[in-house]
Design a protein around this ligand. Structure first.
Ligand SMILES: [Zn+2]
Length: 829
């Protein structure tokens, strides 16, 4: 299916996609020249976006000038989202992009494995079991064989299981094992169809006082195997200290709220040798590894030319370096095929472009298109140097005719040309490749083995500029981009996307039935090309009745939509099913929707995902009608409660007063409201007064650090980091007669079936006797935790704290979670 993907893709430095192009200034060119002359590489390994030590990555990339990569075992899909409501795989896409944004700042490259971050675990064993260790270990081996790092550095300690997130320790264990396997031709032999075995020289652990529990213990530790570096260096070429760059990089992890401030001055980092050759020279992780051009056969001559370039580099006129750079380019091009040849060829091409002040760009006239449709591509080329450069030809890959130009680009004279290009009829969509198939429990499914680990789907539609410098023609690739001018933001770049001709979305992601009444659901069909005509039907198990069986659409305009209504009638008994659209269009069936993730710090993400709506027939009773909701960090409580028949009103925190709240049957606080909403510290008295007067206040989880107030509840209630991460952990009913377990819905162990990701988090571990704990639960080999749901009478009303993860269960329409939540709301009625 990915037939246009040439072998080179997984060796190249993934370029900035859909972002404004990077234009090197003359100090940055000088820096790039230093990097060109360093032939050594480092791969940093950890488990998640944000685990990476950006100080060290920036130090190796910008001070040592090594090729520096970060292999994050997962894409961080299992975490919480501080900037929006996306969770799971959508959050994984955001965090992937945040890592790429971070790498654009610190100069590193980004890799992954297929492992899914399935949520918090306490042991590496559980991680390995869910991930399917053999698969993920293979991916780490693959990363080593393709990235070919001289040195690997682990973020975590492989010897201290249980002291941190289980996935952390697992990342280190995988690295330790893969370190030796990568060179074993009997390990994962199928990979050797595409790459070779490889043996990194050394493996280190990026240790620190944190891993010793205290500075004192760390001071006492045997450091004979340690290397330390001062990473607090200053870079005059960009006016920043290394820790300042590291902080800018780390601050890209916005979905995790990891904004950080840079520092200046000395900052020591330590690495401890774990495996590999003991360095002959103390203090140098590359000791004994030739990191000059001499490490390549026929490399010495290149090193000689490039040393001259570096020594004679003229900051006022970088184009003076061009003759020697072209000479070096020819020598690199004549090297035997291999790893460093590919890397260095790309690097020197960027430098040649920058030194000649060449700007080349290929713009699409539309932001997206579909297979077999035509687009206009507008080319721009301009040379800003006295060196004459000939533009021999331009074309678009794959398959376009080449536009012969043979035009000499004179200093500062613009060249523009247009070409009509037809997207190949079997072009793959540009959506994230790891979401193209249903995933396994712990790993994504990737059909093309060469794609494994890539941070993004490689764009196959790209422009080729063939430029002649003196007598040498060099090909430059540019991804197609789309550009607009925004009155506020100015020039806005966007990736050019290839999407299906027709996509759909449901008006409701979940339809919950509390009785036998039929419900209407709308399907919105969007055409991504002109004149789209076709038929639509919805599929669900036979017990669900869908009318009409089939309907049709006729959409004239590109981006036009048609809204088609269906009536869905539930079966009598409790039931769950997926409702899937099938659109027949030009002989093919489509059932995708497009989801866009639009955040300022990352390029616009366009995802093509299976469209579906979840149908649930619920055996549920409820009391009360009107629920007030106060926003926290973002959850789907309001729409979920409306699905089961409540009327939900969002309360502006500024307007909170006991009198205005009196009308609500219950008030629900969004997750982490007491961490997020400052003004609640002034409103807590009113909220508690509302409870005293007979109301029900349901506080979902908050983290114990960074609370905006001390009196979370009317009585003593302390939060802990206790969590139950096993979503199927047995739940014991501590007080089976308690109303919350009996009215209006009789709660049974069945209500705890099919929960997703976890039971809950940030449980209380200490509370006043006024509270009644309802449940007891624990992860394997752990003590019971009884603070997941605590209920206290206060005045005439009820105060409820719950760390149960309703925010994860509702999007998946887990029936028991709804039944229990209805009981919470109904408790005072
Ligand atoms: Zn982590």
């Amino acid at each position: 299916m990915h037939k246009f993907l040439p072998y080179i893709f997984f060796l190249v430095i993934i370029s900035v996609q859909g972002q404004a192009p990077k234009k090197l200034n003359s100090a940055e060119i000088d820096q790039a020249l230093k990097k060109l002359n360093f032939l050594g590489s480092v791969l940093y390994i950890a488990a998640h976006p944000d685990d990476e030590n950006t100080r060290l990555i920036s130090y190796f990339s910008n001070e040592v000038n090594a090729r520096t990569g970060y292999l994050s075992i997962t894409r961080g899909d299992g975490g919480q989202n501080l900037i929006g409501s996306e969770l799971k795989e959508l959050l994984g896409v955001i965090r992937t992009q945040e890592l790429l944004a971070a790498r654009r700042i610190d100069g590193g490259e980004q890799r992954f494995t297929r492992a899914i971050d399935f949520g918090y675990t306490k042991t590496p064993e559980e991680s390995m079991e869910i991930w399917d260790k053999e698969v993920v270990l293979g991916d780490v081996v693959w990363a080593i064989r393709t990235f070919k790092p001289d040195v690997i550095i682990n973020r975590f300690n492989h010897r201290t299981s249980g002291e941190t997130h289980g996935q952390h320790t697992a990342s280190a264990l995988l690295s330790v094992e893969a370190f030796n396997l990568a060179n074993n031709k009997d390990a994962y032999p199928e990979q050797l169809n595409y790459t070779k075995t490889f043996s990194p020289t050394r493996l280190y652990f990026n240790t620190s006082p944190w891993f010793y529990g205290s500075q004192d213990e760390f001071d006492k530790a045997d450091k004979s195997n340690f290397i330390q570096f001062d990473t607090g260096v200053y870079f005059p070429w960009n006016g920043l200290s290394n820790p300042e760059i590291a902080a800018l990089s780390r601050s890209q992890h916005r979905s995790q709220g990891f904004g950080s401030s840079g520092s200046r001055g000395s900052q020591i980092e330590y690495v401890e040798l774990i495996d590999g050759k003991v360095p002959e020279i103390k203090g140098d992780i590359f000791a004994g590894i030739d990191t000059s051009w001499n490490r390549l056969k026929d490399g010495a001559a290149i090193g000689k030319v490039l040393k001259e370039v570096q020594e004679n580099y003229n900051f006022r006129d970088p184009s003076e370096s061009l003759p020697k750079l072209i000479e070096a380019y020819k020598l690199i091009n004549n090297l035997e095929d291999g790893y460093w040849k590919n890397i260095k060829k790309l690097e020197i091409k960027d430098i040649i472009l920058a030194c000649s002040g060449l700007y080349i760009e290929a713009l699409s006239n539309v932001s997206y298109s579909t297979p077999n449709q035509s687009i206009d591509v507008k080319f721009e080329a301009i040379n800003r140097s006295a060196v004459p450069v000939e533009l021999s030809s331009v074309s678009v890959l794959p398959d376009s005719p080449s536009l012969e130009s043979n035009k000499v680009l004179l200093n500062n004279e613009n060249w523009n040309e247009k070409l009509s290009y037809t997207i190949p009829k079997d072009a793959i969509y540009t959506s994230p490749y790891w979401l193209n198939n249903n995933s396994n429990l712990g790993t994504y499914v990737v059909e093309d083995p060469k794609m494994i680990g890539l941070s993004e789907t490689p764009r196959v539609t790209k422009a080729i500029f063939n430029l002649k410098f003196y007598d040498e023609t060099i090909s430059f690739e540019k991804e197609l981009v789309y550009k607009t001018t925004d009155p506020v933001k100015g020039e806005v770049y966007q990736p050019f996307e290839i999407v299906p001709p027709v996509v759909t979305s449901f008006s409701d992601k979940v339809l919950i039935y509390t009785n036998g009444e039929p419900k209407k659901i709308d399907l919105i069909v969007t055409a991504n090309q002109k004149d789209a005509k076709g038929k639509v039907s919805l599929k669900a198990p036979d017990t669900w009745k869908i009318e009409p069986k089939e309907t049709s659409f006729d959409i004239k305009n590109n981006a036009g939509t048609a809204t088609l209504s269906f009536i869905v009638t539930p079966p009598k008994e409790q039931s769950e099913a997926d409702l899937i659209p099938e659109i027949s269009f030009e002989g093919k069936v489509y059932s995708n929707e497009i989801i866009k993730l639009d955040y300022e710090h990352i390029p616009l993400q366009t995802l093509v995902l299976p469209a579906k709506s979840k149908l649930v027939k619920l055996d549920i009773k409820k009391k009360g009608e009107l629920v007030g909701y106060i926003d926290g960090a973002g959850d789907v409580i309001p729409e979920s409660l409306e699905q089961i028949g409540y009327k939900v009103v969002k309360i502006n925190p500024d307007d909170i007063n006991a009198a205005s709240l009196a009308k609500f049957d219950a008030i629900v606080l969004g997750i982490r409201a007491y961490n997020m909403v400052d003004i609640l510290k002034f409103k807590q008295t009113e909220l508690l007064k509302y409870v005293e007067n007979g109301g029900t206040l349901i506080s979902q989880y908050n983290t114990n650090r960074g609370l905006v107030l001390d009196n979370l509840a009317p009585y003593k209630l302390e939060l802990s980091r206790d969590r139950v991460t096993e979503e199927d952990a047995e739940v014991e009913f501590l007080d089976p007669q308690h109303p919350v377990l009996n009215t209006p819905n009789k709660i049974t162990p069945k209500d705890f079936e099919n929960w997703v990701q976890e039971r809950g988090l940030y449980f209380s571990d200490s509370w006043a006797p006024e509270f009644t704990p309802i449940f007891s639960m624990h992860d394997k080999n752990e003590a019971n935790s009884n603070g997941s749901l605590l209920i206290a009478k206060y005045g005439k009303g009820h105060y409820i704290y719950t760390g149960l993860s309703f925010f994860r269960q509702f999007p998946d329409a887990v029936p028991g979670a709804f039944r229990l939540f209805a009981n919470l709301i109904s408790i005072g009625k």
